[in-house]
Design a binder for this molecule. Structure first.
Ligand SMILES: NC(=O)c1ccc[n+]([C@@H]2O[C@H](COP(=O)([O-])OP(=O)(O)OC[C@H]3O[C@@H](n4cnc5c(N)ncnc54)[C@H](OP(=O)(O)O)[C@@H]3O)[C@@H](O)[C@H]2O)c1
Length: 187
């Protein structure tokens, strides 16, 4: 997965920070969109664009600036608290270019794996509906079970798992486990 283009990340000032660093180290031109992106970029090998993804205009403007500087988005890594946000769709639309579809790595919380809500993964996938069907890769953040005790993934585990999912290019990957669902921390 050596870098060959522009990777744009949402959530990279948080749990995906190690992944942003790693992608930059592999040669990707990494853009980070977040409210504190420029502060983050002041000490990381990435370009930062301050925006609020609940404000579509703000997000659109940041996206446009990133594309103007580093070209079409070949790889988007997206952690949105709400997958139905207009900003998530705007990002999916910005991925790829004619002849090179690009990939949208949709990072999802464990709630999408709730066996009582089998609709949630498909609902999340709607972000890429009508776009090239090969774009979307979903990564579900699960939990870990150690010595009979469950805990959430650490940020390092989340970033490593997302990078592994990018590498494998599987349509659906899980970081940790989501079963037995009854062991989900706090569940
Ligand atoms: N199943 C799991 O293992 C799992 C799932 C979810 C969370 N977690 C854990 O819970 C911790 C906290 O989760 P978290 O959701 O707060 O994730 P986080 O990745 O630590 O922080 C949220 C990320 O989204 C960005 N963001 C948030 N609101 C934004 C907005 N309105 N506009 C633009 N960017 C925005 C933040 O950047 P700015 O603040 O700079 O805007 C930051 O990069 C994580 O660090 C992780 O360890 C675990």
């Amino acid at each position: 997965m050596s870098g060959a283009g522009h990777a744009l990340m949402v959530g990279a000032t948080g749990m995906l920070a190690p992944a942003a660093r790693e992608l930059a180290g592999r040669g990707w031109r990494v853009s980070v969109l977040a409210r504190r992106a420029s502060a983050f970029a002041s000490h990381e090998p990435v370009s930062g664009y301050d925006c609020d993804y609940y404000d579509e205009a703000s997000f659109r403007a940041a996206l446009a600036r990133a594309v103007a500087r580093d070209g079409p988005v070949g790889l988007a890594v997206a952690w949105f608290h709400d997958v139905k946000l207009a900003a998530a769709r705007r990002l999916a639309e910005a991925v790829g270019e004619p002849g090179a579809p690009g990939r949208y790595i949709q990072v999802l919380g464990s709630a999408v794996a709730d066996p009582a809500r089998p609709d949630r993964l498909a609902t999340a996938a709607a972000v890429a509906e009508g776009l090239d069907g090969r774009l979307l890769r979903q990564v579900v953040l699960g939990f870990r079970v150690e010595d009979g005790c469950a805990r959430w993934n650490t940020n390092a585990e989340i970033s490593a798992g997302v990078l592994a999912a990018i590498e494998s290019d599987a349509p659906l990957a899980t970081v940790g486990v989501t079963s037995p669902w009854s062991m989900r921390p706090g569940g």
